[in-house]
Design a protein around this ligand. Structure first.
Ligand code: SF4
Length: 263
């Protein structure tokens, strides 16, 4: 029933209303992920993820690409979230797991392992045995976009999925590390939608910038940290070194209360 008392037909998976309708009705992350991977609400991204899967890179020609929305990865009681922007066409869109299978992910998972937040330094595919300790890796847009650039409308359409994921994580969530300026711009409205009060004006992104979102009746205080994205452009040029990323991950883990991650 809607607010007028009339019954409402659930939107189809290719309707813009699909994420907003389903995301908030999920009682746990497994249910959320099951609904998410049905989503076809952004026609441009659906076409791109499927076209990419139909035309694999030579190095991956034996792969059957995932070519669907990519769910978050990590435990449901994680006190720390690491948030990028969107899966890569031949990375997460191929393997079906966030940051898995591309150079950015290789850098990130090696860093997570170095600070005790991952069971191993490499991530290759779903079911490779990798475990994360106290951290969930996710993104505000769940389908690979052309040129890694989702439009504002696509970011808005996808927002309910991450808002619901943060809602489900919120009893334990204490800190978020955001990778890159685009992720920062996309995440702040999601945090607002998920119930945390945002400062005005919104603070600008920077490597090492820290934002404290105050507790409310329904939300505990949340620490938000910015990090340069582990893109090849940043890591090859030394803009983001391994030591810089592990230092920020350690700081974020400390803020999340993960004094002995993996222990
Ligand atoms: Fe659905 Fe998000 Fe993918 Fe758009 S980007 S189709 S809202 S999962």
């Amino acid at each position: 029933m809607d607010e007028t008392g009339a019954s409402r037909t659930p939107p189809a998976s290719d309707e813009t209303a699909f994420p907003a309708y389903h995301a908030g009705r999920c009682g746990g992350l497994a249910e959320l992920d099951a609904q998410l991977i049905r989503c076809r609400a952004c026609p441009r991204l659906v076409a791109w993820r499927e076209q990419t899967g139909a035309r694999p890179r030579a190095a991956f020609r034996d792969w059957e690409y995932w070519a669907r929305p990519v769910p978050g990865f990590g435990p449901s009681d994680a006190p720390l979230a690491v948030v990028g922007l969107a899966p890569a066409a031949h990375g997460g869109n191929r393997t079906g797991r966030m940051f898995t299978g591309d150079a950015s992910g290789d850098f990130l998972f090696a860093a997570l392992h170095a600070v005790g937040l991952a069971s191993r330094p490499t991530a290759t595919h779903r079911g490779d045995g990798l475990e994360l300790y106290g951290v969930r890796v996710t993104s505000p847009v769940h389908c690979a976009p052309p040129e890694n650039k989702p439009t504002p409308d696509e970011r808005r359409t996808c927002r309910p999925w991450l808002a619901a994921e943060l809602e489900l994580l919120s009893p334990h969530l204490r800190a978020v590390l955001v990778l890159g300026a685009f992720g920062w711009q996309a995440l702040l409205p999601v945090l607002g939608e998920a119930g945390w009060p945002l400062p005005r004006p919104r603070p600008a992104f920077g490597h090492g910038v820290r934002l404290t979102l105050p507790a409310t009746e329904n939300r505990r205080e949340l620490q938000v940290l910015g990090s340069y994205h582990p893109s090849q452009r940043n890591t090859f040029t030394g803009r983001l070194t391994f030591e810089m990323l592990t230092a920020l991950l350690s700081r974020a883990a400390g803020l999340a209360g993960l004094e002995r991650p993996g222990g």
